[in-house]
Design a protein around this ligand. Structure first.
Ligand code: MN
Length: 321
């Protein structure tokens, strides 16, 4: 695998390495950042890991203190910038500036909407997760994967495959996980931290959001909304809202699920999920967003209601009779 040689040659030739991923971290972005950070530390590289946004509560326990930086001074220069699990520069948020302060940029990613913005783009949209892609690179180059690194790859894979339920879960994915398990990772403990650790406050807020789902197009489209007022009333942050759009998709009749998160009165974040063959990344792309076939999103400069009507209009050709 040529990619693996390129990847590790560039690492070898760099002293000062920066790792970034998309803003608003998730299991795959954090898993792949932490995995690669672990490797680079082990081979005595100077590494900075940057994350924009709050770390979701269920990942905190996997991250040791001071591993992640949340601010960049705009001055520090890097020999190598490795962008993980991020399809375009804009999703790097405040850290997109590091691109100009790096001699070389490698992107390792699996988003179908990846724009090939880096110098070296190792992109495979068929693979489950960036974590699995890193696993593949390490195997191809015969590099050792430690137990700690295995833990992080597992987190990437299990979260980005929806606990091995999405169609991106291939035979290779299961084989990779088999190897990770053989490295001695504690599946029960990791899964309990990831999935069985919800704070009561978050669950109660989840129930409130879910109780207001609206259905359209013969229940084939389900949509939920989160307003700033609701967050204020429940003393929650938007980062605490997770899993709603996946939950709506669990409803039998639903083909496409959606959540609209109000950032302010004139800006929202939209997440879309689909169950079968509808490609929601195509829909997200028309609004300047991106993602995967069955999981995508975009931001929109309209109110919640206006955004809802806009999406309903777009879906009419897909779901309407
Ligand atoms: Mn991913």
């Amino acid at each position: 695998m040529n990619d693996a040689k390129l990847f590790f040659d560039n690492i070898k030739n760099s002293k000062n390495i920066c790792l970034v991923s998309h803003k608003n971290p998730d299991g795959d972005s954090l898993g792949s950042l932490l995995m690669l950070n672990e490797y680079l530390k082990n081979i005595n590289k100077q590494v900075d890991v940057f994350v924009e946004g709050k770390i979701p509560y269920n990942y905190e326990t996997f991250i040791s203190k001071d591993t992640i930086k949340f601010e960049y001074d705009n001055i520090k220069f890097y020999d190598l910038l490795i962008v993980l699990d991020c399809g375009d520069e804009s999703r790097l948020g405040i850290f997109s500036r590091i691109i100009n302060n790096s001699s070389k940029i490698i992107c390792v990613d699996h988003h179908v909407t990846n724009t090939n913005f880096a110098d070296i783009n190792i992109v495979d949209s068929d693979i489950s997760s960036t974590g699995e892609l890193l696993f593949k690179l390490f195997k191809a180059a015969n590099k050792e994967i430690t137990k700690k690194m295995a833990e992080y790859i597992y987190i990437s894979i299990i979260t980005d495959t929806g606990k091995f339920t999405y169609s991106n879960t291939s035979g290779e994915t299961y084989k990779a996980v088999g190897e990770l398990v053989d490295l001695g990772i504690d599946i029960l403990q990791i899964n309990n931290n990831l999935y069985n650790s919800k704070p009561i406050k978050i669950v109660k807020n989840f129930i409130q959001i879910i109780s207001d789902i609206e259905f359209y197009y013969n229940n084939r489209f389900g949509i939920a909304k989160v307003t700033q007022a609701m967050l204020l009333e429940n003393k929650m942050n938007m980062d605490d809202i997770d899993g709603v759009v996946e939950f709506i998709r669990e409803i039998k009749e639903v083909e496409i699920s959606c959540i609209i998160k109000e950032i302010n009165s004139n800006e929202v974040k939209v997440s879309l999920r689909s169950k079968n063959d509808i490609d929601v990344s195509e829909i997200a792309k028309t609004y300047g967003g991106g993602g995967h076939k069955r999981a995508a999103g975009f931001t929109f400069n309209k109110s919640i209601e206006e955004t809802k009507n806009e999406i309903l209009g777009t879906l009419k050709t897909i779901l309407g009779e």
